[in-house]
Design a protein around this ligand. Structure first.
Ligand SMILES: Nc1ncnc2c1ncn2[C@@H]1O[C@H](COP(=O)(O)OP(=O)(O)O)[C@@H](O)[C@H]1O
Ligand SMILES: [Mg+2]
Length: 185
């Protein structure tokens, strides 16, 4: 299967989950992350604001605030397809942009430099056992991670993990992959 077909399969996997199934898995994913050393060691966490069909990131953001960590959330620049992270201290600092996507309002948030982010939770639809991923097809994270020095981790259900995915020269694998059962690597 090529990336386009795999992307459709990944979306189908997420769409097929009942509300209860999704809630159970995302709670386990969050627990696995929050218990991990990579998370505990990180002061500033790069994390997306999830949409309905994605694993809910709000509990992770809230827990990070409680622990005194900094949450940095991305804003897309659709022209060059770049990501810019901003410090989020309150969900009221979000605004709704295209496709109902929630992003930090740059008038209300401080920008966060790439070098200040310790751990990025990289979103994706499918992952393989080497960390390669199928994202939404914009290449935003591949571009952002190309000169990122910190650590990366992805959260995915077992159903989203496959043996090997096609990847191109610009695809950046994640350092760690966590499923509901724990670390794959
Ligand atoms: N570092 C980069 N510099 C320039 N273009 C890039 C870079 N990384 C990815 N791209 C572009 O982004 C597009 C989408 O990448 P792809 O891996 O297919 O999507 P995704 O990673 O979102 O699943 C590619 O066609 C590629 O041309
Ligand atoms: Mg890619």
């Amino acid at each position: 299967m090529d990336k386009v077909q795999l992307r459709a399969r990944g979306k189908q996997i997420m769409a097929s989950l009942s509300k209860d199934e999704k809630g159970l898995i995302e709670q386990k994913l969050a627990d696995q992350l929050l218990q991990s050393e990579i998370y505990k060691e990180a002061d500033t966490i790069g994390i997306t604001i999830s949409q309905k069909n994605e694993w809910n990131t709000s509990p992770i953001i809230e827990k990070s605030w409680q622990l005194g960590k900094t949450a940095a959330v991305p804003k897309c620049d659709p022209g060059p397809r770049h990501l810019h992270f901003y410090q989020l201290d309150d969900f009221n600092q979000l605004e709704t942009v295209f496709y109902g996507l929630q992003e930090p309002n740059p008038n209300l948030c401080e920008p966060k430099k790439k070098s200040a982010i310790d751990l990025i939770i990289v979103p994706g639809l499918l992952f393989d056992t080497r960390g390669y991923r199928i994202g939404y097809g914009g290449g935003y994270y591949d571009r952002f991670l190309s000169d990122y020095q910190g650590k990366t981790v992805a959260l995915a259900s077992n159903a989203q993990v496959v043996e090997a995915l096609p990847h191109e020269a610009f695809d950046i694998p994640v350092d760690h992959l966590i499923t509901e059962d724990g670390f794959v690597f």
